[in-house]
Design a protein around this ligand. Structure first.
Ligand code: HEC
Length: 270
């Protein structure tokens, strides 16, 4: 009798074990995720700034203070401004007919404005190696290098300006370069005129066959056009002269006044 009873109990246990066993497994399984994912669920992120890549931290300028009406807002010497610094290089070296103006759009790349640059030139803010627009400037393969042969590479200063602009976030920041008024006294060739011609004009007016036969890379050449009135006529858009820089916005008034002052003072090699 006792034996039968025991047998029954064992039988019953064997029947139930097929339910108990899965329930046990389920219990074990449920206890795992709670320790695995626990910490994540407890506190999503007490301090998002610490754990998120925050691009603004790497830009040495407070972009919240910048808007599009920049009258009176001084330029920060540590910031590269697209319109002031980058665009003239692109316009003078790349954004012309047969290359990267809107009509030609070689390789689909148009380098005429901030918008077209951002849309077509593979600019990856903060990342030089992923920015095609930078890569082509420093490519050792001369078939890939821009501007293409026989034009020489951009100067290291120009490449640096474009690189710095990308590393600062490839933004369209603006400022007023003439907050202190326009200083037209004692304008020097080496300090003002030559760098300006280099960034705004030399892309077309240098090399073996400069545009219009006008080479603007040496003082003696520039002095010729200063003396015959063509330099001022061209940049001031006077009637009877070709308007320069070709295909780009006119230079700002202060820049034109400064060049005029340098010409009027004798176009010295100073
Ligand atoms: C995108 C190319 C390009 C850029 C950039 C450019 N030029 Fe020119 N420039 C030309 C061409 C092309 C001509 C010849 C125009 C013609 O004769 O039809 C020319 C002609 C000139 C002439 C002769 C004008 C005349 O009426 O005889 C001067 C001076 C000149 N450029 C100065 C400049 C200066 C200064 C800059 C920069 C501020 C500049 N250019 C930027 C393409 C350019």
């Amino acid at each position: 009798m006792l034996f039968k009873q025991r047998h029954k109990i064992i039988n019953w246990m064997f029947q139930k074990i097929k339910y108990i066993f899965p329930i046990l497994l389920l219990g074990i399984w449920l206890s795992f995720p709670s320790c695995k994912h626990g910490p994540l669920m407890e506190d999503p992120d007490p301090n998002p700034i610490d754990t998120t890549v925050n691009p603004i931290d790497t830009v040495p300028v407070d972009t919240t203070t910048v808007d599009t009406t920049m009258m009176g807002v001084p330029c920060d010497p540590n910031v590269v401004y697209f319109d002031l610094d980058v665009l003239p290089i692109l316009q003078s070296n790349c954004a012309f007919s047969g290359c990267h103006d809107a009509a030609s759009a070689e390789d689909g790349v148009v380098l005429e404005s901030y918008e077209t640059v951002m849309q077509t030139a593979d600019v990856e803010a903060f990342n030089l190696n992923d920015s095609e627009i930078y890569e082509v400037l420093v490519d050792n393969d001369l078939d890939e290098r821009m501007p293409p042969e026989p034009t020489s590479a951009l100067s290291s200063e120009q490449i640096n300006i474009i690189a710095t602009w990308i590393l600062q976030g490839a933004e369209d920041l603006e400022c007023d370069p003439n907050t202190a008024g326009c200083e037209t006294e004692n304008v020097s060739f080496s300090g003002f005129v030559a760098p300006l011609l280099q960034s705004h004009c030399a892309g077309c007016h240098s090399g073996g066959s400069p545009s219009g036969g006008v080479d603007l890379t040496t003082h003696s050449n520039v002095a010729v056009y200063a003396d015959n009135g063509k330099l001022y006529g061209a940049i001031a858009h006077e009637p009877g002269f070709e308007s320069m820089p070709q295909g780009a916005d006119q230079l700002d008034e202060c820049t034109i006044d400064k060049i005029k002052s340098w010409i009027d003072a004798g176009a010295l090699d100073n």
